[in-house]
Write a protein that binds this ligand. Sequence first.
Ligand code: M6R
Length: 632
Amino acid sequence: MCGIVGYTGSVRAEGQGGTGLPASSERPLEVVLGGLKRLEYRGYDSAGVALVGPGRDTAASAKKAGKLANLVAEIEATPLPAATAAVGHTRWATHGGPTDVNAHPHLADDGRLAVIHNGIIENYGELREGLERDGVSFLSDTDTEVAAQLLAREYRAAGDLTAAMAATARALEGTFTLLAVHADAPETVVGARHDSPLVVGLGEGENFLGSDVAAFVAYTKEALELAQDQVVTITPGAVAVTDFAGRPAEGKRFTVDWDAAAAEKGGFDSFMDKEIHDQPQAVADTLLGRTDASGRIVLDDLRIDESVLRSVDKIIVIACGTAAYAGHVAKYAIEHWCRIPVEVELAHEFRYRDPIVDERTLVVAISQSGETMDTLMAVRHAREQGAKVVAIVNTNGSTIPRESDAVLYTHAGPEIAVASTKAFLAQITAAYILGLYLAQLRGNKFPDEVALLFDELRNMSRKVQTVIERGEYVRATARSMSAADKVLFLGRHVGYPVAMEGALKLKELAYIHAEGFAAGELKHGPIALVDAGQPVFVVVPSPHGRDQLHSKVVSNIQEIRARGARTLVIAEDGDDEVLKHADEVFWIPRAPTLMQPLLAVVPLQIFAMALATAKGLDVDQPRNLAKSVTVE
Ligand code: M6R
């Protein structure tokens, strides 16, 4: 959840950080604040930094409750001294409320040691009692301060920060990324990770640490992925990795395939707006390079033996939130194309309910961040039962792909806004590629059928662009509805997960009670919620489909309208029938039924964003939420 940055190097600032601080600020502070700004989407309850430099007896630090801007203002008012190494943190509170005192860093060893932490230390109560018995007193309620005091004690015993960090990591239970600086080692930052993300950025005469590459991509694209249970020590000229027992270990090098500009707003008012506009590209890029000259799908990165994929008799999609809705959409397509039963399950439910999984089960784990702890735990559980796991993930260097058997990356670029938009479209696209690949491999579809469907997918990018271009009508409607306090969403077939996703967007951004229902379920209860003026969004399937979906949904619209609902309908261009029953229509281009979700969700995203904006809310950082949920 929290954002973590570490830096060591001794050169001066070059004004690249975009922190708003004067260019004369020292580079360590600039890098760390710049990194925190790019990581603020991971947590924004409070923020803090700590710096160490030659000739200084203690770590200098500043921390403030609230958004990063509060910390920057504090540092402008009370400047920090020059430094050679620094750590920074943006917090999403777990233990202890979002106050100045509970913000990170936490200091120990008479102010010489500063520690920041992401995760939850489960045995912190027991450890705290032990430390208190030894005379240590605590300033905060946090589990992090316990880690800091423990590290201080280990350091006093070992006289070496790396060894002390390894010993501390061995004593902690739970999930954690820890970073520490000590006044005794002014060019060193030490980190440890257990079930929580940490990547290394490799510079020239300087090195970086971050919860993800966004922390340092403005400075270097060369990175090192750390494995589970590793300690890393960075100095300006070296990076050393060990395991928790202190044995030398290695990270895996990779190059970040996007640049810092991709993580900027690029002239849009919000990251969410920008990311909605990125969607045509996200779909196109995710499809890129997946076919050979003859049009056959080739998935080089899917390192699972073809015979294993042929023998799969069940697919289980595991994910959370928006990624789970992408999985719901994919279920309709994969079952239809491959004739393999597909279950979709929230990862946290899957993990703790003794699911039936064996060697013939293919588990597909979908995650934008690749760090969602619930999904990671479910991946581990599935593999322990013998299943093969394919990860559909957007973030390079993240944990879920590394712990899966294979990965299909979505190429949506960095998603910064907490509300997921372009990742959803890219996830559906990647899951469809996987579905078509399995259909090709298992002979469920002829090559020309696969090629045709793949072409339809390619066409979706342009159609998504058309929906975005029609966005102003959606925005105006949203602005006129800013007083709404309850909104319902209905859909059938692939429109059902789209309805749920529309409701999720409205809940998380506009704090309005919103529910998505299967339209067929209406008469089994939810229709009781409909009274005069109740806004109900309805996702209408194509009138050109070969089934009766369209007429069924039109009947559902009539049923709710008869009870006074205000019907807001998403329908395909030329659907004259639906026009008779709708109060508002948001038109989308014609598309095959299975691909319609890529279009139908876009007006719902725009609606939620515009309504939240009309209410004066921060659409990029909604209350109580963090972008990556790295604790269970
Ligand atoms: O990073 P992931 O895709 O694993 O995240 C899963 C959910 O936490 C995420 O989709 C969440 O529901 C979003 N805030 C929805 O907009």
